[in-house]
Design a protein around this ligand. Structure first.
Ligand SMILES: Cc1cc2nc3c(=O)[nH]c(=O)nc-3n(C[C@H](O)[C@H](O)[C@H](O)COP(=O)(O)OP(=O)(O)OC[C@H]3O[C@@H](n4cnc5c(N)ncnc54)[C@H](O)[C@@H]3O)c2cc1C
Length: 436
């Protein structure tokens, strides 16, 4: 028996996300849709993207119906690390090179606005999601420290001089983890309980008149005026506009699905740590990730659990002992946690595009979509959900900047797409291990 097995405590809730067992029950949904209903906008998918768009549209006085095939924010948006990070997975310099200064600046500025949007909603709608500020990206070696310094220069070039490069001692003051030699600190970033935030904005949308049908999968959209969304429970929605929010697979969205691929990411939650132990490892209670391609990321919950994620399963299959792999990564950073119990281990989907930028566009003049937010989607989904709402309301300038990003389908077709993706990602895993 290894250390981790000795630490199993509550087997009945072990594979539930910690967030699901600590959620505020805020929204009474209408359940599965069985009849025909009408609205201005039908949003398919109740993750951050869909909920954010729905809230913005409902606040504009439009009638909005949200369809969710499972439960509200039950997928990536209610299962993630809860880290609020500015920017995109690519560096500012790369995006300036790809899209030009003005568009790259707009893209980066939008993520800063996204953090303000989230903060503003938490205050305006009194959302209890334990929002805290401070986010550190830690360097494990000199080459990572150099990348972080370059990132800061990129942000400076875009007019934002607020990131702080830290040396070893300053980093250790924020997180007592020996492997780190430095880092990049963002006082504006932060962390929160993602499910409670999502349910909070869903509740705010409901107060503004939005209706939610969960356990209702959209199957197809028939063109016409109005559009008709057919659902699996025998019901349908007549709408002027439809928004596909997230990795939505339905008849007619095949071209969109070809441009992304889903992988599985896992997280673990320790039992609540004593106040002394929690402060001894994370004196500043901030969100932390490291600068590797496949990074570790972690933070403390409101009840002092360490919520720890890392690794990624690109085959999208469930392997045994994902918890053990994560536990080893956690104990490498914090040996003092070797005898702390693990209460939860769960998985969630990461949806990648080839160029690692979100894919926004239209399937037809009245059908909008946004998906492919990868592992850095908390801020971007919320903000681009708002940008989708602007587009549907006729304000297209910001939407167009993202819609013109070119996305290619993954090579290999249905048969070879997955193996080729796994092969590519294995190279990045090797690169992380040998420190390239
Ligand atoms: C373990 C993990 C950790 C992460 N950590 C972070 C982090 O710390 N910081 C960060 O920035 N990002 C993080 N991410 C990424 C972030 O969570 C995602 O990018 C973001 O939540 C994606 O939101 P979404 O709205 O696009 O998709 P989702 O949250 O997946 O929502 C899409 C919804 O659509 C529904 N749906 C699909 N098809 C249909 C249909 N046909 N009909 C009706 N409904 C349908 C799904 O059930 C789902 O609820 C993490 C992700 C994971 C999995």
């Amino acid at each position: 028996m290894n250390d981790l097995e000795k630490n199993y405590t509550h087997p009945e809730t072990y594979h539930l996300p910690y967030y699901a067992v600590s959620s505020n029950k805020l929204v009474a949904t209408l359940g599965s849709l069985k009849k025909e209903v009408n609205c201005d906008i039908c949003v398919i998918g109740a993750g951050f993207t869909g909920l954010s768009a729905a809230l913005e549209l409902a606040l504009k006085g439009l009638s909005v119906i949200v369809l969710e095939k499972d439960t509200l924010a039950g997928s990536a948006s209610g299962r993630n690390g809860g880290q609020l990070q500015r920017g995109f997975p690519k560096s500012p310099q790369e995006l300036i090179g790809r899209y030009g200064f003005d568009d790259a600046k707009l893209m980066h500025d939008i993520t800063l606005e996204g953090i303000d949007l989230i903060t503003g909603r938490v205050k305006a709608h009194d959302i209890r999601c334990n929002l805290k500020f401070g986010q550190l990206t830690a360097a494990l070696d000199d080459s990572q420290q150099k990348l972080l310094e370059d990132d800061r220069k990129g942000w400076q070039q875009l007019g934002h001089d607020d990131l702080q490069v830290l040396g070893r001692d300053e980093t250790q003051e924020m997180v007592r983890a020996k492997p780190y030699i430095g880092g990049l600190y963002d006082a504006k970033g932060g962390h929160f309980h993602p499910l409670n935030y999502a349910l909070g904005i869903a509740r705010a949308a409901q107060v503004a008149g939005c209706q939610f049908y969960d356990h209702t999968a959209a199957l197809s959209i028939s063109e016409g005026e109005p559009l008709t969304v057919v659902t699996d429970g025998g019901g349908s929605v007549k709408a002027k506009f439809v928004i596909l929010a997230g990795a939505i697979k339905l008849k007619g969205s095949e071209s969109m699905a070809a441009r992304s691929i889903t992988a599985a990411a896992h997280m673990i939650a320790t039992e609540p740590l004593t106040e002394d132990l929690a402060r001894s490892i994370m004196p500043r209670d901030i969100a932390v990730c490291d600068a590797r391609f496949i990074m570790d990321y972690y933070r403390l919950s409101a009840d002092n659990r360490l919520l720890f994620g890392g690794n990624c399963n690109y085959s999208d299959m469930d392997y045994p002992r994902e918890d053990e792999r994560l536990w080893h990564r956690m104990v490498d950073i914090f040996p003092q946690l070797a005898h702390v119990a693990i209460d939860h281990c769960w998985r969630g989907p990461l949806e990648f595009t080839i160029n690692r930028m979100p894919d926004l566009g239209r399937l037809s003049p009245q059908v909008y979509f946004a998906h492919g937010f990868g592992g850095q989607g908390v801020v971007a989904t919320n903000m681009l959900g708002k940008v989708l709402a602007e587009a549907v309301a006729g304000q297209l300038d910001r939407f167009d900047v993202f819609a013109k990003i070119r996305h290619q389908p993954f090579p290999g077709g249905d048969l070879l797409k997955r193996p080729l993706f796994v092969l590519g990602m294995t190279w990045y895993q090797i690169r992380d291990k040998i420190g390239l």
